[in-house]
Design a protein around this ligand. Sequence first.
Ligand SMILES: Nc1nc2c(ncn2[C@@H]2O[C@H](COP(=O)(O)OP(=O)(O)OP(=O)(O)O)[C@@H](O)[C@H]2O)c(=O)[nH]1
Ligand SMILES: [Mg+2]
Length: 400
Amino acid sequence: METVILAVVIAVVVLGALGGLVVGSRRKKPLPPPPTSVPDITAPPAEPHVGDEAETPRDEARRTIEEVDLPDGSAPVAVEEPPVLDVPVLDVPEPTAGRLVRLRSRLSRSQNALGKGLLTLLSREHLDEDTWEEIEEILLTADVGVAPTQELVDGLRARVKVLGTRTPQELRTLLREELLKLVGTDVDRTVRTEPEDRKPGIVMVVGVNGTGKTTTTGKLARVLVADGRTVVLGAADTFRAAAADQLQTWGERVGAHTVRGPEAGDPASVAFDAVKEGKEMGVDVVLIDTAGRLHTKTGLMDELGKVKRVVEKHAPLDEILLVLDATTGQNGLVQARVFAEVVDITGIVLTKLDGTAKGGIVIAVQRELGVPVKLIGLGEGADDLAPFEPEAFVDALIGD
Ligand SMILES: Nc1nc2c(ncn2[C@@H]2O[C@H](COP(=O)(O)OP(=O)(O)OP(=O)(O)O)[C@@H](O)[C@H]2O)c(=O)[nH]1
Ligand SMILES: [Mg+2]
């Protein structure tokens, strides 16, 4: 019996040693590079063959032990270092859902000046003419605009009369409803990037200098990437040397290719090439950033008109976003009008709402152009661009 056990033990030890040798010799072989596709699981397991040794001569240069990184406590792994590729580490942008809610505190200036001011006045025991005038003033100061202000005040007056006693909660509900009426809840605010019949969707971003076009284009690229879409950026601002670099930096962070042209080159041809490359690459969306300043003797507006016409040799633009700086108030509205005459604005992006008490501009600008606010900028951070949601916006204005 003991002999049998001894024989078994010896057999196990011998087999184990052989197995160890096999594994050991396998380990010496460099591992293939990480698979780029699903490995063929039907292939026979790799066994060492005679020819294998010939391929990798024993006297080949080996790395010394010191060169091998030893993971804590585990056996040395003789994996050949993969060639150092210049693969940038990409950002993972935040999902877009609920961004406005996350960023609502950034609207605190407008909240203090507009929402809180109105609620305080509406809570007064006697709502006399002076009080209504003060309410009007608050709305005008917050850039709501003359006609919308009048509508709001009329609406509030009528409803307050019906109410009789006013609890703070009732007032809040009432103000919320009236503000929502003005902001508009039944408009389609989706940024159209997904035409049904073709790819890529084409979006152009326009506006005067410094409003936040490039930043918005970059942020929008992140929004799209976060939603699983592929993007090409077109740097059609050839006015400033740094403009294309600025856009490209945004693109690189999320792996979006930027098409650029020669400095002071023709913006329309850069935009054209961007769509062409986007098509060839099969991406989902091409975003075109434009200049905000006069470029040559031809005016900015002529230039924009040309960019639009040239791009439309490929396909119609799906979205033309006008970027307006919310802090510029009435000036912004004047600009908006000029742009709207040249290109058909399909959506408004209001930037820098984080730095202003004039949140009412949302209402005024929509009125002015008859075009919805689709996105709002609430800071300089990469993910500080939010889809505009009327309810979340009004809630942020009137506070909890
Ligand atoms: N606080 C704040 N700053 C913003 C916002 N959007 C853009 N900015 C800042 O505004 C400045 C101008 O932004 P750009 O994107 O370069 O503006 P632009 O319209 O491309 O300017 P030009 O290319 O010169 O026409 C930058 O410092 C941005 O960080 C925002 O929503 N909030
Ligand atoms: Mg720019």
